[in-house]
Design a protein around this ligand. Sequence first.
Ligand SMILES: [Zn+2]
Length: 231
Amino acid sequence: MSYLVAARPAAGATLLLGTLLLLLGPLGAAPSYAGPETGPLTVAPAPAPAPRESALDKQVERREHALTAMFAVAEQHARVEQVRSDRLRALGYTGDLPALETILPLGGYHLSAGFGAAGPLWEADHTGLDFGAPSGTDLVAIADATVSEVAYAGPYGLRTVLTLEDGTDVWYCHQMVSLVSPGQSVEIGELLGLVGTTGNTTGPHLHLEVHPAGGAATDPAAWLTAAGMTP
Ligand SMILES: [Zn+2]
């Protein structure tokens, strides 16, 4: 018992030493003094935040940023979807609007000349489908597309060419006015121009041509029907 007392400083001495070291702290208290033996009198410098906690905080912060960004994208997507659906609804389409990929180029028309018809206005057989409608009728994008060309094209009059996502070119001919520019992206149902009588026409109508992969013209009526939109 007496040996143990002699081997360790008495409680009072420990307190005094601790106080001294506390006062000397800024001058460089020996960290080696800190240890389980000294208990509450430890004078080691205040521990820095554990690195593991700090890394975890950063991780949580990064995760929150990622989630916020993800929600923002989702919200934006929902808004775009809403605008698209509203536009299609305004054109008279109903049902599963987000699933609708192809629509008709105009409303309130009467078909006047079909694909392959012969006539005095055409050098060869008719290479498109004619939608008769009053001058100034809205012409809309039949699908999401890029505007490839807007130009006067001889007998076709003022023509806008849309290139769809699968490479199909769609020609809108005889327009009174075009409201889009080459290189512009357009979404299904967006206004492209107005029905007119430019080029070779006997009356206002849209002459629509469909060129799969930009190649030879195919029957627009059959093509539209295959896309689920019989004219
Ligand atoms: Zn035509």
